[in-house]
Structures are given as C-alpha cells and as structure tokens.
Write a protein that binds this ligand. Structure first.
Ligand SMILES: [Fe+2]
Ligand SMILES: [Fe+2]
Length: 243
C-alpha cells in the first residue's frame, strides 16, 4: 500500500486519484498549484499539514485508518472539515442528484407509477440526509465545540455544565445506518426492479452520482464515528476528572 506523504506533488496525487478533488477543496486548496509538494502548499496557505496528509490517505485507501494519529488533531479542525463536507453535499452533490434524477426520469416515454416510486425513494433518502446533518450541525457539533472550549478554559466550565447538565456524547450519537439503508433502497429499486424503458446513459449518470455520494459519505461517517466520537469521549473524561 503506497501512502501519500508531505513530499508528494499534489498534481501527481490528483492524477493518481481524481476522486480526491472535492476533498482537497474542502481542506482549503484550489487547483493551479503547479509542481508544488503538499508541504509547500500547506505552508503557503496555513493548512495543518498532518491533517491534510491523513485525510487524503483515509480517502484514498479504504483500509487505511490511523486512529492514533488522527486523535491528535483538535476537535475544531475535524469539525471544520466535517462542516465543509456537509456544505459540499448540500450545495453541490444534492442539487446535482436532483438534476440527474429528473433528467433520468423524464427520459422514459411516459410518466409512470414506477417513476413515482423512484421519486418517493429518492425523497425518503434526502429527508433522512437533511435530518441527519441538521442534527449534527445544530446540536452535536456545538456541544462538542463548547466542551472543548470548557476544557481549554477553566472559567467556562461552570457555564458549560449549566448549559449541558448531565449531557454526554452517548446521548447524541446517531447511527449512520438509517441513511445508508435509504440509499441502498434507492439504488436497488433502479438496479434490480425498474423496467429499463428509460435512457440508459441518463440512468447511469444518476446512479454514478449516487455511488460517488455514497463513497464520500462513508469516509465522512468513518471520520465522525472513529475520530470525532472517541475524541469527545476522551474530553468528557478529562472534564469529569476536573470535578
Ligand atoms: Fe456529518
Ligand atoms: Fe454523520
């Protein structure tokens, strides 16, 4: 398994795995970086070099998950990355799905009950997705950021405990499986059951975008479940020991 490192040229990284394009954007980098290495680019733009390298490797190699090294990063850097990922889904991938699903369904000769079924499954998946990220951004992430502020600044601990009496991350933890199940249902209805009297290229275009979404979201969820939550549990223990 070849991992990318700080001396890799970012252009070569992208040639090797172009699915990293949105990942590097979220980490604060746009194209046009010539032959610079990851280290040059991160230093120029004030990006945390280790977080950058670990995140692209997590994305590039499914089997790579350096829990120990990732636990070194501050929760705010991890949450910042996760929120940018949500924005990419909400502002780009979801509207792109909306557009592609309509192009695909409009390509069948006449509107049918089957089309309605696909729309229904698609809407269910979208609703689940919106509930999930709203919950994280409105409730879970603010709790985590306040907790880490309270650890860093003892003056804030009393007000934190007043605002979050008896809270712990276990109460917040939500499974990702609901969203994954809805996505599987949507893919399966098209792959296995929908009569194929639509434009195959348009069907493939929609499915490809869903598969892309799925891959990105699995990596995103892995970071939440395996990095963020264990880090928060550590912080909660620290706070408890200060009591
Ligand atoms: Fe998330
Ligand atoms: Fe999540």
């Amino acid at each position: 398994m070849e991992l990318f490192n700080e001396n890799s040229k970012l252009a070569a990284v992208i040639h090797k795995d172009h699915s990293l394009l949105p990942v590097i954007n979220r980490l604060g980098i746009k194209l046009g970086f010539g032959d610079k290495t990851i280290r040059n680019i991160c230093e120029e733009r004030g990006i945390d070099l280790n977080f950058f390298v670990e995140t692209i490797n997590v994305f590039h190699y499914e089997a790579y998950f350096p829990e120990k090294r990732l636990l070194d990063f501050s929760v705010s850097i991890v949450i910042d990355y996760l929120v940018k990922t949500h924005q990419y889904y909400v502002n780009y991938l979801m509207p792109e799905n909306d557009r592609l699903v309509e192009l695909f369904l409009l390509s069948s000769p006449n509107e049918s009950t089957e089309n309605e079924l696909v729309r229904k499954f698609y809407t269910k998946f979208k609703d689940e997705f919106v509930i999930h990220i709203n919950f994280e951004e409105r409730e879970m992430f603010p709790y985590i950021l306040k907790l880490s502020e309270a650890i860093a600044n003892p003056d804030l601990r009393t007000s934190f405990k007043q605002n979050y009496p008896g809270y712990s991350i276990e109460g917040f933890e939500k499974e990702h499986s609901n969203m994954d199940d809805k996505m599987d249902d949507l893919k399966n209805i098209i792959i296995k059951y929908l009569p194929p009297n639509y434009d195959q290229n348009r069907g493939n275009a929609f499915l490809s975008n869903i598969f892309l979404f799925e891959r990105d979201m699995k990596n995103h969820s892995r970071i939440e479940d395996n990095i963020l939550i264990p880090k928060v549990k550590q912080l909660e223990k620290v706070l408890l020991n200060h009591e």
